[in-house]
Design a binder for this molecule. Structure first.
Ligand SMILES: Nc1ncnc2c1ncn2[C@@H]1O[C@H](COP(=O)(O)OP(=O)(O)OP(=O)(O)O)[C@@H](O)[C@H]1O
Length: 691
């Protein structure tokens, strides 16, 4: 069962909010279920004061909740004046701070709704709360729903909204509603299509004779790429999801060739977008590579497949100093097909704005890995849409859909059985299950699968194979954590010699960037010995000792930086990587290479907020890949907060040819066992639309 948490499990962008406690003095009134607390020794304070002092809630949210419930009282002294709705709003605000779209009332523990952990009270530097819950003993879900339904601030055209036992701030509910209704419309609209022509084109791009289903694993090895093309060619909305190297880019390149052939009389305008510039550069490279490899694409069709991708922000046209875009409902985009890669990184608000800007005739195709970390901002759209998909399990297609897919892909043979239930969204989803980059001989693929499926048996097999000299692409370093970390830092610093030497030799900006991107050290946390900040300092020091850099100014030659704040004026975005080098005039500049391989130089003083990036957080690495990826996880004490399956899986799947894990094995096992989900009503809303 996955966990839903508030504030504790997402280290980024919210660092953990609970502080470490101190010596308590007076007893606290705890619920029966929490009587194991060292109550006799605790010094207490009112719950609300505690929540504020422990930074579990923000004063601004208290003020908002007071405003919405009409209780303008003194926070510290008059807690009794606050209603249940007031506390539900605080819980909603805390949920939103942790990027949940809503507050799921069914998941609230009414005895301890703020999930105050005993451990955080035991050695508290702040007085413990006198109670763990503001709700009466009998209070539960139906009481909460009743109270909310009768509250002035809840309802249509009100600041808060209740939908399917979920409480929303109206703006997020609106984004979800927009998204659900537009997706439903796209998923159900009639397309004019020559099915016989589609069948023959599918056979050209995926000849039946080229593919054999492996009978020991028939579901996983079915020709899912062919099915994905059939799905996306026959629906206005589709999702193609799959792990690393399962052929998402290859499939979409073939799909675009098929679509352009089907509509050859009036070629389609196709746009490829990604959430970050880095991902756009990567997609551009992959599409070009796929086009070159796929020699079955006719000469007249190849030029109709776009060669490059751009960011969503660039496509929509940012209006400086606002959160609005040039393209919107009133000024739609000029395109027929929109493909969004790395869709797991797109947050709810951006996706809603993007889908609103689509012209009514357009098709939308989402690509991505549903198991990766969700977006930095609110929402988890891809994993919401892909609910229920499991590796090795047949997805649920309706009987009409299964029949159609068997007809166009498998010469009417019953390769795909119909599911007993019917839901229009399921008919739009394709799940690529077989990795072509990481076959059975690749340790990276096996480790990624072991983590993603929480399979400790498979992990054991991976370890055993490494011990026997196999899986050369994988290094599992369980012991380094108990040794001085300095040894690992020295090894990591060695990996940065190449690009620094290239700078010293006066090599081109592009080749320096390429050499830098070969290796990347990822860390799960920011603070502590195993955090990004400390690792950056240590590596910098090691490189300085080796005479490769002179880090005695804020900015220096060879310093790699990552932008941490969007600057729409300069067109520098969160996640963009620059390297400081001298330009032709001998001026120190931060050099960036954009997705079209253009070089852009900025003087350091003009740069928006940025960080050193010898090491980066796993969150920031999403959408990028590196030939050699090393990932370091903190020791168990620090790892309790924020390390989970999605985080570790995302880190592993950044590696292309070599992956090195530096971690306590117990931390790895703990992460595998801990899957996190975000509260959202998107799936329910789509079901509601379909009913
Ligand atoms: N059906 C196939 N048969 C053989 N090789 C394939 C097939 N499909 C894809 N490949 C190869 O597998 C590799 C990965 O494919 P591709 O880049 O399309 O996957 P992806 O899912 O987009 O990867 P990423 O993890 O980078 O998102 C490429 O080298 C590609 O040529």
């Amino acid at each position: 069962m996955s966990q839903l948490t508030f504030g504790f499990d997402d280290l980024e962008p919210n660092e953990p909010m609970n502080k470490q406690p101190e010596q308590p003095e007076q007893p606290a009134q705890y619920a029966e279920s929490d009587s194991v607390l060292p109550a006799t020794e605790l010094k207490t304070q009112p719950l609300l004061s505690y929540l504020l002092e422990a930074k579990r809630i923000r004063l601004v949210d208290v003020k908002l909740a007071e405003l919405l419930t009409g209780t303008e009282t003194l926070v510290e002294n008059n807690e009794a004046a606050h209603s249940e709705v007031f506390y539900l709003i605080l819980l909603l605000a805390a949920a939103q701070q942790s990027q949940h779209s809503c507050l799921e009332l069914v998941n609230i523990n009414w005895q301890n709704p703020f999930e105050i952990k005993r451990q955080s009270l035991a050695d508290a530097s702040i007085a413990a709360p006198d109670v763990l819950t503001p709700f009466a003993t009998e209070f539960g879900l139906s009481d909460a729903v009743n109270k909310l339904m009768n509250a002035e601030c809840v309802g249509d055209d009100k600041p808060l909204l209740l939908f399917a036992n979920k409480l929303y701030f109206a703006r997020l509910a609106e984004y979800e509603t927009t998204l659900a209704s537009r997706l439903h419309h796209l998923a159900t609209k009639e397309l004019t299509l020559d099915e016989a022509e589609l069948t023959s084109l599918l056979e050209v791009y995926f000849p039946s004779s080229d593919h054999t289903t492996n009978l020991s694993d028939p579901i996983k090895t079915l020709n899912w790429q062919k099915v994905a093309c059939a799905i996306a060619a026959t629906k206005g909305f589709s999702v193609i999801t799959g792990g690393p190297g399962t052929g998402k880019t290859t499939t979409v390149t073939k799909l675009l060739a098929i679509l352009q052939s089907l509509y050859a009389s009036a070629p389609l305008t196709i746009k490829l977008v990604t959430p970050t510039g880095k991902a756009a550069a990567r997609l551009t490279e992959s599409i070009l590579g796929a086009k070159q490899k796929l020699n079955m694409i006719p000469d007249n069709i190849a030029p109709l497949i776009p060669d490059s991708a751009q960011t969503i922000h660039r496509l929509l046209g940012v209006i400086p100093h606002t959160n609005k875009f040039r393209h919107n409902k009133r000024n739609p985009l000029h395109l027929d097909v929109l493909i969004i890669d790395e869709a797991s990184m797109v947050d709810l608000s951006l996706m809603a704005k993007l889908i609103e800007a689509l012209p009514s005739h357009a098709r939308l195709i989402l690509l991505g890995d549903k198991d990766q970390l969700a977006s930095v901002d609110t929402g988890s759209i891809l994993s919401d849409l892909c609910q229920g998909l499991e590796l090795g399990k047949m997805p649920d297609y309706s009987s009409e859909r299964a029949a159609q897919l068997n007809r166009v892909c498998f010469n009417n043979q019953s390769e795909i059985p119909a599911a007993s239930s019917h839901f229009v969204l399921n008919d739009c989803i394709a799940f690529l299950q077989q990795s072509y980059r990481f076959d059975g001989s690749s340790g990276i693929g096996q480790l990624a699968q072991a983590v993603n499926t929480n399979n400790s048996g498979l992990l054991g097999y991976v370890e055993q194979t490494i011990n026997q000299g196999g899986f050369k692409d994988l290094k599992l370093n369980y012991s380094v954590i108990s040794k001085p970390i300095e040894q690992f830092v020295q090894q990591a610093a060695l990996q940065y010699h190449d690009y620094l030497q290239l700078i010293q030799q006066g090599a081109s900006v592009a080749s320096v960037h390429k050499a830098f991107a070969h290796y990347q050290l990822l860390a799960a946390v920011r603070e502590g010995d195993y955090g990004v900040n400390s690792l950056n300092q240590r590596i910098e020091k090691a490189l300085a000792q080796q005479g490769l850099i002179s880090p005695y100014q804020r900015h220096y030659v060879g310093m790699p930086i990552m932008i941490s704040q969007n600057d729409y004026q300069l067109k520098l975005f969160n996640g963009d990587i620059g390297i400081l080098m001298h330009d032709e005039q001998g001026q120190l500049k931060a050099m960036f290479v954009d997705e079209q391989e253009n070089i852009r130089a900025f003087s350091p003083a003009r740069l928006p907020a940025h960080d050193k990036v010898y090491a980066m957080t796993i969150h920031k690495s999403q959408g990028s890949e590196f030939a050699y990826t090393a990932m370091i996880l903190p020791p168990i004490k620090q790892a309790n907060q924020g390390i989970n399956r999605q985080l570790v899986y995302t880190g592993i799947t950044r590696a292309k040819t070599t992956f090195e894990l530096v971690a306590d094995k117990n931390v790895l096992l703990m992460a595998m066992n801990k899957s996190v989900t975000r509260a959202s009503g998107l799936y329910d809303r789509l079901k509601h639309e379909a009913s």
